[in-house]
Design a protein around this ligand. Structure first.
Ligand code: PBG
Length: 328
């Protein structure tokens, strides 16, 4: 049966009919808000490359996070900018580290929020790489297995501070297994792991490196993050993390990788997150500031597309804005 019997426009005639046949419904419960935390008190420093986003201190991040439940946003993820960086990124696993302090402050102010801790070393190392670096020939190499030991320590320290979910983003081989073992070994069987299983070496992280003050001092991350050209490899990465005990998988970035997101979701069926990264946020903000695109419409369209592709939830800097847009 074809035209003129079939006329798809019949189901687009009014907002009410469109609402009845809509396949994807976005809700504030789909969002996780990322926050950057630095030492101090009363801080709320604008991030130049991400208009509308701030570096907070533990007290102010707790206030900002505490506004989310009323908007219907159930979770946050924390990134830390430590007092001091060193070769091993020891600020990541310090008991009184910046993220550990922020987790405690948020848990006190908003006990019902799901608190995720990003687990990576690039914000904490003097060289800006995501783990322990060794010299090799005239270049360098990220020492995978030495990094795993520090990863395990960091996960336990974040869980002890009160993190509900540990989210390793370093793309170290074996990181999920090392974290699961360490958490279980310290009586934290109930702490979940959201693995950044599929993380590409992406130019879309540009604004984040400014926000987290973590650009690599030499080289780039392409020896550990994935080549944007690879989709089959994403399934192999995700399969390893499932085997190692990941509770949830993540694909990052989101918008340029919707095909990968759809296939990871279809293949594994685990709760699957997408990280709509700093560059995705900032390009919408920048175009909106120039008057070239409508921020609300573009933002909601992109988030709907990410959900349509298979995301169960979305880490997005538009979380609070989008929750308000949806409520309005
Ligand atoms: C740390 C990390 C990065 C992001 C999240 N965790 C930066 C990177 O890998 O270079 C990027 C997030 C964003 O751009 O919003 N490894």
């Amino acid at each position: 049966m074809a035209f003129p019997i079939q006329r798809p426009r019949r189901l687009r005639v009014s907002p009410a009919v469109r609402a009845l046949v809509r396949e994807t419904e976005l809700s504030p419960a789909d969002f996780v808000m990322p926050f950057f935390v630095r030492p101090g008190k009363g801080e709320k420093r604008p991030i130049g490359s991400m208009p509308g986003q701030f570096q907070y201190s533990p007290d102010t991040v707790a206030q900002a996070a505490a506004e989310l439940p009323a908007l219907g946003v159930p979770g946050i993820i924390l990134f830390g900018i430590p007092e001091r960086k060193d070769e091993f990124g020891s600020g990541a696993y310090a008991g009184d580290g910046i993220v550990q302090r922020a987790i405690r402050a948020v848990k006190e102010a908003a006990p019902g929020l799901a608190v995720m801790a990003d687990l990576c070393f690039c914000e904490y190392t003097s060289h800006g790489h995501c783990g322990v670096v060794r010299k090799k020939d005239d270049g360098f190499i990220l020492d995978n297995d030495a990094t795993l030991e520090l990863t395990a320590k960091t996960a336990v320290s974040q869980a002890e501070a009160g993190a509900d979910i540990i989210a390793p983003s370093g793309m170290t081989d074996g990181m999920v297994g090392a974290i699961r073992k360490a958490l279980d070994g310290s009586g934290r069987q109930d702490t979940a792991i959201l693995s950044y299983a599929v993380k590409y070496s992406s130019a879309f992280y540009g604004p984040f490196r400014d926000a987290a003050e973590s650009p690599p001092q030499f080289g780039d991350r392409s020896t550990y993050q994935m080549d944007p050209a690879n989709a089959r490899e994403a399934l192999r990465e995700a399969a390893l993390d499932v085997e190692e005990g990941a509770d949830m998988l993540m694909v990052k970035p989101a918008l340029a990788y919707l095909d990968v997101l759809a296939s990871v979701k279809a293949r594994f069926g685990l709760p699957t997150a997408a990280y709509s990264v700093s560059g995705e946020y900032s390009m919408i903000r920048a175009a909106a500031e120039k008057g070239w695109m409508d921020e609300r419409r573009t933002g909601l369209e992109v988030l709907t597309a990410i959900k349509r592709a298979g995301a169960d939830f979305i880490l997005t800097y538009h979380a609070a804005d989008a929750a308000r847009w949806l409520g309005a």
